[in-house]
Design a protein around this ligand. Sequence first.
Ligand code: OSB
Ligand code: MG
Length: 376
Amino acid sequence: MKIKQVILRHLKLDLLHPFITSFAKEYDREFILVEVKSDDGISGWAESVAMLDPVYNEETVKTNWHMLEDYLIPILLKNEIEHPDNLSEKYFSYIRGNYMAKAALEGAVWDLYAKKQNAALSSVLGGTKRQIEVGVSIGIKDSVDETLEMIAARLDEGYKRFKLKIKPGWDINLIDKVRKVYPEIPLMADANSAYTLQDIDRLSALDHYNLMMIEQPLAYNDIIDHAYLQARLKTPICLDESIHSVEDARKALKLGSCKIINVKIGRVGGLTQSRKIHDLCQEHGIPLWCGGMLESGVGRAHNIAITTLPNFVLPGDTAASSVYWATDIIEPEVTVENGIITVPNSPGIGYEPSLEKINKYTTYSQTYSSNEIAAV
Ligand code: OSB
Ligand code: MG
C-alpha cells in the first residue's frame, strides 16, 4: 500500500458537559484528526487522543503534531506499507514512546487498509461481535445529588455500567450514597492515580460496596505498589495509565498488579498492539474493556471496532456521541440502544467523517504529500 498524502487537522469541539477528573477540568476537546490518502483516492481516518496538557500521560496535542510531522508521516510517505501491522512492529519501533501519535497515524492506515479490502475494520481485526455493550464514565460533580441525577439519566438510557471518577475526599461518601440509592447497578470507580499506599485504609473501605473494579488508584507509572495493594483488596484493580504495551501487561500480570485491564488504543500505540494485549490477556483469563478519551466519532469508531474482539468482555467507555457533543463529526453518529451499540459492517471504520462538519471545527490544517518528501 502506498500512501500519497496525509492531512493533519487541528479541531476544537465543545463538550456538552464539562468533564472533571482528579487531574483535569475539560470544557472542550482539542485534537488532531488524521486523514491518509492512497493513490486511488481512498481516505483512511483516525484521531490522536493526546490531551492539550500532559496530565494523563506525557503526550500533548503539540508533541503529537511534532512527532507526526517530523518523524511518523515522512516514514509513512517514503515506504511501501505491506500491512498496517508493520507500522508499529517495524517502521515506528525505533522511536521510543509517543504512542498516541503513532496510534493516530496507524489507525488511519488501518481504516484505509480495511476499505481497500471492502471489509469492516472490526472484521479485518478479527472481531466477531455484532453488538457491543457500553457503560458510561461520569466525572466529578459539584454534589452527590448532581451525580445521582446523572446516573438516573444514564440508567434510563440503558447504559450497562457506571464509572464514577473519584479522588481523596470524593470517594467513600459518594459511593456510599450512590449504593444506598442503587444497591445493584454495575458500579466502578476511576481514581486516575489520585492515591498512594498511604491511603490503603480509605481504598479498603471501598471493598464494602461491591464495586466491579477500582481503576488506576495509584501512580500513573506504577505496577509494583498496585501489586501490593491488589493483594490486600477484595475489589479487582483495573489498570489504565500504567499499561503501555504487551510487555507492561505481561509484567503486571506476573506481579499480580491488576485483575482487569482497560485498553486504550492510543495509550498502547495502536490497533496492532491493542490486539497483542488482547491475545495475551485472553490466554491468561484477564478480562478487558475498551477505555475512552472523550473521542470524537472518528476515535469512537475505532474503539467500537477493537471492542468486537472476544476478550473485551466488560462494557467499555464508548458511550453515544450525544453524551459528549451537540453534533459529532461522523454520519451517522454513534447511537446506543439499551446500552448496546450495533457494530457497523460497511467498509473501514463504518461511519462517514463529514467534511462539512470537520471543516467547521478545524482551526488549522497541514497537508503532506509523497512527491514533496521524494523531492527533498
Ligand atoms: O481515565 O478513563 C480515563 C477521559 C480522559 C482521560 C482519561 C479518562 C477519561 C475517561 C472518559 O474516563 C471516558 C470517555 O471517553 O467517556
Ligand atoms: Mg481511567
